[in-house]
Write a protein of this length. Structure first.
Length: 110
């Protein structure tokens, strides 16, 4: 992991190639936690139909100067962005416990 200033005043932790196995493992576990929380809350499908909902991290590819975003946990089991957001809390907590700096992305409207 490397600390990078992506623009003045915005410093992020960018993961690198060596971090990918850990991120894959954590992402799969997070998707399972997210699905269980959605089911626990009643499997509602509220909100706009959005694609690409999930948690993403900054990733610095080899020899790159600027990090890119990379999705590590997707919310493909429900279309509605409101339902996805309402059930994302346990995933956010899971990433905090693991020390992973991931941001929620609401995706794009379909």
């Amino acid at each position: 992991m490397k600390t990078i200033e992506i623009y003045p005043g915005r410093i992020v932790q960018a993961y690198q190639e060596a971090d990918l196995p850990m991120l894959r493992h954590a992402g799969l576990a997070a998707e399972h936690i997210w699905l269980e929380e959605w089911e626990r809350q009643g499997c509602h499908d509220e909100g706009s139909c959005c694609l690409g909902k999930g948690f993403e991290v900054y990733f610095l590819p080899p020899r790159a100067k600027r990090p890119q975003t990379r999705m590590i946990a997707r919310c493909d089991f429900v279309q509605g962005n409101v339902s996805a957001y309402k059930t994302a809390g346990p995933v956010r907590d899971f990433f905090k416990e693991w020390g992973i700096m991931a941001d929620y992305n609401d995706g794009v409207m379909d």
